[in-house]
Design a protein around this ligand. Structure first.
Ligand SMILES: *[C@@H]1O[C@H](CO)[C@@H](O)[C@H](O)[C@H]1NC(C)=O
Ligand SMILES: *[C@@H]1O[C@H](CO)[C@@H](O)[C@H](O)[C@H]1NC(C)=O
Length: 500
């Protein structure tokens, strides 16, 4: 009996470790506060994102071999309008299929060789290395739905296997850097995960909360939990394991890490890159086994959106700024408050239009960046922000139909000229002020940005095709105005006649 009351020093230590490891995210509290004026910590870094395949072009030049995206995009019917990244923004000039892709475990070593070459060639200059950007999309869209390269549709197994190899490859590259390069090059190696936020439909309903947590664990936790804590999220192991059993499979469709692999993978992240665009409401929905297995059915949930949320661009992209703060706080509580760099955040436009006055994009950046500022106030360790994207570019399976750029690129012109949208001016102001100093100033930024973009719009109108679109409005507006004036005159005439 007495033994139970004795607290030895190692008990205290163990308790402290437990307490510090298990901070809980508070699902029941979601304060949606009004806009917050303030500036980011000194030294906070800012940028705008871009990627090689999406901008470079030059797909077959200078000894470059075929990539899985080259092969995929060259097949008809895979990309909107059968576009390819063959030329894109021609970034290559202006700057001077495969063995089953990630289904094949030999990719782990190939990727490590490639990373090692990069460390050797560029390590003097590059201090922040990201092994993978958005591995969720690589795994799910490349090997489950087949919307992305290499276009495999291995439902219920392909994505899990690809992710398993990607996580191993990431860990291997981190160790390679740690052992061979870190002491000389003094850089950091991280991974960049893309995750939307999942909000319980009813934050007082335990089943909704659990469904929302599953949404996030199957999305970000799938990669983050092994890398920070050593193994897949328990909820993934439980759900996929149970469903595999119901399907009569001998083993779970989710691969298993050996104890050695777990300790090899755990802690292989010097910083976390985070891509974030939107939010979903989530509620429980049971998918009976027998309808065919898939990653999506394994989660047992339904995703909903609020029709009041603005959706200026891509059909999946609703602007829900408060979800960003929730996600950042979730990362803080789940993974021991890691150093975070936001690697992608931005919004596209729906129309194939040429309006450089992108009011909705300025609003999106303003509100999302403000929620990031609030998250920093909450104690989240966000060190930098990269807007997506610098240029309009080849938007993967959507081809050139969705424009995320701060700069408009005229792809029909062979010189691929770039034009700044209003958001360039606006984002410049945020960067030079390192935040939002006060209301009066912030409100003037938008006004000034819109003034400059109107004149650039005229520049663009010099293009014959775009000029035609402008001409239509030029004809329609004066015609409608003239008609209005004429009708008023006739009306006035009748009125006056009556009086006389
Ligand atoms: C893309 O290619 C497919 C197959 O050749 C064809 O059926 C389809 O019409 C093409 N789409 C466009 C927009 O050219
Ligand atoms: C896996 O990749 C290797 C090359 O590294 C290749 O020889 C092998 O055939 C591939 N396996 C499959 C199943 O495609």
């Amino acid at each position: 009996m007495l033994q139970r009351c004795i607290l030895r020093p190692y008990h205290v230590l163990a308790m402290v470790l437990c307490v510090s490891a298990g901070e809980d995210f508070d699902w029941t509290k979601n304060e949606r506060t009004s806009f917050y004026y303030g500036t980011f910590p000194t030294g906070f870094s800012w940028g705008a994102g871009t990627s090689a395949y999406q901008t470079e072009g030059a797909w077959n030049i200078d000894g470059k071999g075929m990539s899985i995206w080259d092969a995929f995009a060259h097949k008809k019917g895979k990309i909107v309008a059968n576009d390819t990244g063959d030329t894109s923004c021609e970034g290559y000039y202006r700057f001077k299929e495969k063995y089953g892709g990630w289904q094949n475990v030999s990719m782990v070593n190939h990727f490590n060789d490639f990373a090692n070459l990069c460390f050797e060639r560029f390590g003097k200059k590059v201090k922040y290395w990201i092994t993978f950007n958005n591995p969720w999309s690589i795994a799910v869209e490349g090997y489950e739905t087949g919307e992305h390269a290499p276009g495999l549709k291995l439902k219920g197994t392909g994505a899990y296997k690809a992710a398993h190899h990607i996580i191993k490859a990431h860990a291997k590259v981190w160790h390679t850097y740690d052992m061979q390069w870190r002491s000389k090059q003094k850089g950091l190696v991280g991974i960049s995960l893309t995750a939307d936020w999942g909000e319980p439909v009813d934050i007082t309903n335990q089943r909704d909360i659990e469904a929302a947590e599953r949404y996030i664990q199957f999305y970000m936790g799938w990669f983050a939990t092994p890398i920070f804590n050593g193994d897949y999220p328990q909820v993934m192991k439980d759900y996929i394991g149970r469903k595999s059993g119901q399907q009569g499979l001998g083993a779970s469709r989710l691969p298993v890490f050996s104890p050695q692999e777990k300790s090899y993978i755990k802690g292989t992240c010097d910083f976390l890159g985070l891509g974030h665009f939107t939010t979903r409401y989530v509620t429980l929905k049971n998918y009976p086994s027998g309808l065919g297995d898939s990653y999506f059915a394994d989660r047992d949930l339904a995703e909903l959106v609020d029709p009041k949320w603005p959706d200026p661009g891509s059909e999946w992209l609703y602007s829900v700024p408060w979800g960003f703060r929730r996600l950042l706080n979730f990362v803080k509580t789940q993974y021991g408050n890691p150093m975070i760099y936001v690697t992608e955040n931005g919004v596209s436009e729906k129309m194939l239009c040429t309006d450089l006055c992108d009011d909705w994009r300025m609003q999106y950046f303003k509100d999302y960046i403000d929620e990031m500022l609030k998250a920093i106030k909450d104690g989240v360790n966000v060190k930098g922000y990269t807007a997506w994207s610098l240029l309009d570019n080849f938007e993967w399976d959507e081809g050139y139909s969705e424009r995320f750029g701060l700069y408009y690129v005229d792809f029909r012109n062979k010189n691929k000229p770039r034009y700044p949208k209003a958001s360039v001016q606006f984002y410049k102001r945020i960067i030079s002020s390192n935040g939002f100093p006060n209301q009066r100033e912030v409100e003037s930024w938008k006004r000034k940005a819109v003034e400059t973009c109107s004149s650039s719009n005229q520049l663009l109108a010099a293009d014959p095709l775009i000029g035609h679109m402008e001409m239509v409005t030029e004809i329609v507006v004066p015609t409608v105005c003239t008609l209005c004036i004429l009708l008023s005159a006739v009306f006035l005439m009748f009125l006056l006649r009556g009086r006389i």
